[in-house]
Design a protein around this ligand. Sequence first.
Ligand code: ZN
Length: 142
Amino acid sequence: MTDKETKAEELKKYKREWNNKWRKEHAEEYRKIQRECHKRLLNKVKNEIFSLLGNKCNDINCLVKGRCRDKRCLQVDHVNGGGAIERRKYGSNVIKYWRSVIEKINSGSKNYQLLCANCNWIKRYNNNEVRRGKRYKSTITK
Ligand SMILES: [Zn+2]
């Protein structure tokens, strides 16, 4: 190892230690920063998926005039169901999950669509994807 490399290593080590110390001393602040970062990243990834999927509800019978485009209500739906199982594979790593979805859409997958919350629930209800579907179906009529 050359002198320069040793110095670089030392500097790296020093930075790492300093960071660790800072994190310990500012645990609360650090968590806050991490949360913010995560939120921003999640937003970015979600925005990417939304534009890949057309930025609006995909249901032609959407209750919102001109189909819902409000990002607060739009949800990624699995055309053939099975979203929960797929999601579980990624555990709490939501960003990794969404990135995998982006990859699949980019390689031509037609398994995903955007639905607004209304249309998504109606679809789930009709397909009996609601957990208590059977009991629901006997009591709810349109
Ligand atoms: Zn809709």
